[in-house]
Design a protein around this ligand. Structure first.
Ligand code: UT7
Length: 324
């Protein structure tokens, strides 16, 4: 039987760190009131990394990919599939994945982007897993990369304090041992308006709203219910009990959402990886960045069972259960 194994991880954050206090001071100059206390109490976020103007998702993705390849101990030339999850691609086309492939100095393998917003990484990981199990690819780079700062309305304090920029990557390999144990992907397009950037470029002009808009409370409720159910579904699909899961690596949007889900699932807080205090919400990059952080600090070890979850615009959500 052919399985898919995660053999390396890597993360990259742009160097500029903006604390809640820095951001509050910046917004005050624009006449907008916020505070470290509000942001920390409502979300758990304390700081975010923001890319300089002109820095692109493919640049962040390439850095994360190089680190993941080095962690896996393989060469870029071994890769025959690249999937980049992003909602902030460099261009309309070609895909960010093709740009990353070029930056890595390789060609010939498949490369494409996945657009599922903050669920993008679990969508991309599940797609790569399926392609490996089908024998279409044998070594894959799956990357979540975002420069969300480019689509934030910096005059909307309800959203601009929540997000950050960054990229996380994993290297997957076909393997005779498991690997990715089970996955579930879900969408409900009827909820497309609760979290969206509904603009477009058409006939040479930006048409519609180019900024991220969110009904925060609707997203909050949807996320808690959808991810709790999805965790139960994926564990039952893999025929394991939730108590056998060593680590939960959830999408890093709000620590209150994560804690609600953890409580509903009976998951102790010390088994839940949290990076949103340092990274804020990096959308498709949040799960691979958190996975990498917990591997590098020694928490997640070989053999551990890890539940990764994403949720975001679309509305989309999903879970991947993997043995490291
Ligand atoms: O990655 C995709 C997934 N995204 C998410 O999961 C986000 C989900 N939603 C959330 O995390 C929360 O709903 C938020 C953090 C966005 C908002 O928290 P909330 O507890 O739902 O607050 P709220 O929207 O009900 O706002 C409460 C108050 C409002 O003032 P009034 O109307 O009570 O006077 C807001 O205007 O807080 C005000 N407010 C702020 N105050 C200070 C909103 N943003 C800010 C701010 N600083 N940055």
């Amino acid at each position: 039987m052919l399985y898919t194994k995660i053999i390396g991880t890597g993360g990259y954050l742009p160097p500029r760190i903006v604390s809640n206090n820095d951001l509050a001071a910046q917004l005050a100059e624009q006449g907008l009131e916020t505070s470290d206390q509000w942001i920390t109490e409502r979300t758990g976020i304390r700081q975010r990394h923001l890319a300089e103007r002109g820095v692109t998702s493919s640049q962040l993705a390439t850095q994360a990919a190089r680190r993941a390849l080095s962690d896996a101990g393989i060469e870029a030339s071994d890769i025959d599939l690249i999937i980049v999850a992003t909602s902030t691609p460099d261009h309309i086309f070609p895909s960010t994945a093709c740009l990353v492939q070029n930056e890595l100095g390789i060609s010939g393998g498949a490369a494409f982007d996945v657009q599922a917003v903050c669920s993008g990484f679990v969508y991309a990981l599940t797609t790569a897993d399926a392609l490996i199990k089908a024998g279409v690819a044998s070594k894959a780079l799956v990357i979540g990369a975002e420069v969300f700062s480019t689509i934030l309305d910096w005059n909307d304090r309800g959203t601009c304090v929540l997000f950050g920029d960054g990229a996380g990557a994993v290297v997957l390999s076909a393997s005779s041992e498991p690997g990715i144990l089970a996955a579930q992907l879900k969408a409900d397009g009827s909820q497309n308006g609760i979290l969206c950037t509904a603009g477009n470029v058409s006939y040479g002009e930006v048409v519609g709203d180019p900024f991220l808009r969110m009904d925060g409370q609707a997203v909050f409720k949807f996320a808690v219910n959808a991810l709790t159910q999805s965790a139960q579904d994926v564990a039952s699909k893999a025929q394991i009990d939730l108590s056998e899961i060593d680590w939960m690596v959830p999408h890093q949007a709000n620590v209150r959402i994560i804690n609600f889900i953890g409580r509903k699932l009976g998951m102790p807080t010390d088994k839940i990886v949290i990076t949103l205090d340092k990274h804020a919400n990096t959308s498709a990059a949040s799960v691979p960045l958190a996975l990498d952080a917990a591997r590098k600090d020694g928490r997640i070890k070989a053999g551990d069972t890890v539940l990764m979850q994403g949720v975001g615009g679309g509305f989309t959500w999903g879970s991947v259960l993997a043995r490291m």
